[in-house]
Design a protein around this ligand. Structure first.
Ligand code: ZN
Length: 254
């Protein structure tokens, strides 16, 4: 099943976000959100956006859009700003608290931005932020450098494609690991019985022939299964052997 992710370009419309030498944060945010979204889409992610044009939304409205869509993840794009120009530089990722997959994803995204050349400020807890607090799914807010840092703007401009690719790869890599945590096991089922003794008869027959078979008691039924295999090819091979031996088979994952 494909993951769904809503990308949020921070600010918009009458709210430009931070501004430096005529550069408006809302535009950088939108450009990066769209670029990351394009890569995620090409990798099978179901991508949606809070905005794809220059419109105004309150942070609460942005969170509501994600909740209504029921997406799996919400990722907001921003650029930081310091009180004085060129006072700070670096990237940080903000999350509600340091737990769960969003924390892992935040660390991976920060690492990717560090590889591109941003100073890694860190992953920080910001439970007060509306888009982190009011979203019902794991939510992250990425600050891709300071908009009033000439060094960070140079990176943002010159390494834009690498930044988008790095963030997308970090997201995809985190989701891949998530899937691997619960591997799917394929088993070959040769019989389902209401009576235990009928199931036992088939089981002993299979065991005698040397098959790695076992009995599963589930929903009041006795299921005779052989396996289990992480690779479906191995299950298919076993299924062929059992069929050649005269059994009727199906491949199951439970
Ligand atoms: Zn912002």
């Amino acid at each position: 099943m494909a993951y769904s992710i809503m990308l949020d370009a921070g600010h918009g419309g009458q709210d430009p976000g931070a501004v430096y030498k005529g550069r408006q944060e809302k535009n950088d945010n939108l450009r990066l959100a769209l670029a990351v979204g394009e890569i995620l889409k090409n990798n099978g992610i179901d991508v949606s956006y809070t905005r794809t044009t220059d419109i105004y939304q309150t942070p609460f409205e942005k969170a509501q859009l994600a909740n209504q869509a029921g997406v799996d993840y919400f990722i907001s794009f921003h650029r930081n700003s310091s009180p004085k120009d060129n006072q700070y530089n670096g990237a940080e990722v903000l999350i509600y608290d340091k737990s769960g997959i969003k924390y892992q994803m935040a660390e991976n995204i920060l690492g990717a931005l560090g590889e591109v050349g941003f100073r890694e400020i860190g992953v920080k807890e910001r439970p007060g932020l509306v888009v982190l607090r009011r979203t019902r799914m794991p939510a992250l807010l990425i600050e891709t450098g300071f908009i009033n840092s000439d060094d960070d703007n140079k990176l943002f401009n010159e390494k834009f494609n690498e930044i988008a690719q790095g963030i997308a790869d970090a997201i995809l890599g985190t989701l891949d690991k998530e899937t691997v945590e619960e591997p799917l096991y394929y088993r070959v089922q040769t019989g389902v019985f209401r009576k235990r003794e009928n199931a036992d008869r088939m089981l002993y027959e299979l065991l005698e022939k040397g098959y790695p078979s076992f009995l599963l008691h589930e929903d009041g039924l006795y299921k005779v299964q052989t396996g289990a295999y992480q690779q479906i090819n191995n299950a298919v091979n076993m299924e062929q052997r059992l069929r050649d031996d005269g059994y009727s088979t199906i491949i199951v994952t439970k």
